[in-house]
Design a protein around this ligand. Structure first.
Ligand code: CTP
Ligand code: CA
Length: 226
C-alpha cells in the first residue's frame, strides 16, 4: 500500500518543459517570433507539479506560475537549448511545448535598422536554429522519456508520426493549430496523442490545464515502462 503513489505519481521525478514562442533578435529593438502564447507549456508545468514532479520550466517569456516551478527564462532558441541541456542532466523527462523559431538571423544588426528611401527593401538573411527536441531525443539516456509537440496546419497524423521518428520522441502531441478550439493564445486546446505502436488518441477540446493533465498521465505510463 503506497497511497502517495497514486496521488503523486511523479514524486521523485525531475521533469524539464519548454514553453512559449522564442524571440530571435533582428536588431536591439526588434525580434522575430511566432503566435505561441506559452500557455500550454505553463499548463504542463502546473500539471507535472501537481503530480509531484520537480519541475524546471524553460520559457521564452514570463507568465504567472506556481512558485514551486523552477522558471528559467530563455528568450531565443540558442538560449533555450543551452538551458535545456543544463536542466536535462539527471532529469527523467523532457516535454518540448515551446514554439521554437525555426530560423534566426545569420547576423543580427548591432544598431537599430533605419529607414532609408521610401521604396527601400530590407532583406533578412535567416539560418536554421538548433532543434532542441531532436538534440534531447538523440542524447536520450536509458529510462528517460521524451515528449514533443507537432504544430500542423495539414496532414496532422502523418506529419506527427514522422516527427515521432525524426525527433527520437516517445510521444508526439499533435496540434492542429487551425482547429477552432485549438492553438494559439486560446485557453482551450484539442490534441491527438501519437505513439509508435498505439492507435492515436484525441484529447479535448477542453481547457489547456485539462489537456495538460492527460498528457502528464500518459507521461506517467511512459516513465513506468521506460
Ligand atoms: N522544436 C524544437 N526546436 C526547434 C524546432 C522545434 O525543440 N528548433 C520542437 C517543438 O518544441 C515541438 C517539436 O519540435 O515539440 C515540433 O515542432 P514543429 O515546429 O511542429 O516541427 P519542426 O520539427 O520545427 O518542423 P516544421 O516546423 O518544419 O514542421
Ligand atoms: Ca517548426
Amino acid at each position: 500500500e503506497l497511497p502517495e503513489r497514486d496521488d503523486l505519481p511523479l514524486a521523485g521525478r525531475r521533469v524539464v518543459i519548454t514553453a512559449g514562442g522564442t524571440k530571435e533578435a533582428i536588431d536591439p529593438v526588434r525580434y522575430l517570433t511566432n503566435r505561441s502564447s506559452g500557455k500550454m507549456g505553463y499548463a504542463l508545468a502546473e500539471a507535472a507539479l501537481a503530480a509531484g514532479a520537480d519541475v524546471t520550466l524553460v520559457a521564452a517569456s514570463k507568465r504567472p506560475c506556481s512558485p514551486a516551478i523552477r522558471l528559467v527564462l530563455a528568450p531565443s532558441a540558442k538560449a533555450m537549448l543551452a538551458a535545456v541541456k543544463k536542466a536535462m542532466v539527471g532529469a527523467d523527462a523532457f516535454i518540448a511545448a515551446a514554439a521554437v523559431s525555426d530560423f534566426a538571423l545569420a547576423k543580427p544588426f548591432d544598431q537599430k535598422v533605419k529607414k532609408t528611401s521610401p521604396d527601400a527593401h530590407l532583406t533578412l538573411d535567416l539560418v536554421q536554429n538548433p532543434d532542441i527536441l531532436k538534440t534531447v531525443g538523440q542524447q536520450k539516456q536509458p529510462g528517460q522519456v521524451v515528449v514533443g509537440f507537432a504544430a500542423e496546419t495539414e496532414n496532422l497524423l502523418e506529419n506527427a508520426k514522422k516527427k515521432l521518428t525524426s525527433k527520437g520522441a516517445d510521444l508526439i502531441v499533435a496540434n492542429d493549430v487551425l482547429a477552432p478550439q485549438a492553438g494559439f493564445d486560446k485557453d482551450s486546446n484539442q490534441v491527438t496523442l501519437v505513439r509508435a505502436d498505439q492507435a492515436p488518441v484525441t484529447v479535448g477540446p477542453e481547457s489547456k490545464l485539462a489537456v495538460a493533465k492527460k498528457i502528464i498521465q500518459e507521461l506517467v505510463r511512459l516513465l513506468d515502462q521506460a
